[in-house]
Design a protein around this ligand. Structure first.
Ligand code: HEM
Length: 182
């Protein structure tokens, strides 16, 4: 069986084909990973997923006590938020977590978050990191990754209600000239 030439010819084709498929699959997997995956030092400095989870528990308690922002979370499933937020920070800092929630634009669409609210959440996060004894240098590394999210989270103004849309689309003959981006 081992020396059957037909079988040998097949394995000569099959093995390189399988290897090529394996390499392609690995490359495809790498492409879907965030670039920060290659450096997990910030993730480890925060205490890995367990450390990030503790910081996020503190964050939620701080938000609950912060009248500037607590109202935004009135209808939120807090357990899910904690899990999603922890996975997000884990992945953002190079950890091996698979964030399965919405992207930052979709997650905050329609909440009407302004810069003051964004800064308040960042303050609550800094307070949470201080409560967990995270060194300032590590805090600054994380804040540098959160800051660029400002443009995705702030300014997602509430969308017009269906009633308003019906009024515009149903009765105003000029609606088709309205720039949908306005
Ligand atoms: C500092 C950067 C921020 C990050 C990294 C962040 C991250 C996240 C994540 C990962 C989720 C979960 C999305 C999902 O469930 O699919 C989420 C949801 C949410 N975020 Fe943020 N967020 C940030 C800032 C803010 C701010 C400034 C506010 C308001 C003051 C806010 C309010 C909310 C609310 C209310 C939800 C839950 C929405 C719902 O119930 O569906 N976030 N955020």
């Amino acid at each position: 069986m081992c020396c059957d030439t037909k079988h040998f010819r097949h394995s000569r084709i099959l093995i390189p084909t399988l290897l090529a498929a394996l390499v392609l699959a690995m490359l495809a997997g790498c492409q879907s990973m965030p670039s920060s995956k290659s450096d997990d030092s910030l993730y480890r400095a925060l205490g890995a997923r367990a450390g990030i989870s503790r910081i996020d528990t503190r964050l939620i308690l701080n938000i609950a006590a912060d009248r500037r922002v607590s109202g935004y979370f009135r209808d939120t499933d807090i357990d899910r938020f904690h899990r999603m937020f922890t996975d997000y920070i884990c992945a953002l800092t190079g950890g091996p977590c698979n964030y399965s929630g919405d992207n930052m634009v979709d997650a905050h669409r329609g909440l009407g978050i302004d810069s003051a609210a964004f800064n308040a959440i960042v303050e609550d996060y800094i307070k949470a990191m201080n409560q967990e004894g995270v060194p300032t240098v590590t805090q600054n590394r994380l804040l540098a990754r959160l800051a660029p999210l400002h443009s995705q989270i702030v300014g997602n103004h509430p969308e017009p209600s269906p009633e308003i849309m019906q009024l515009i689309l149903g009765h105003d003959p000029m609606y088709r000239y309205i720039d949908p981006k306005l």
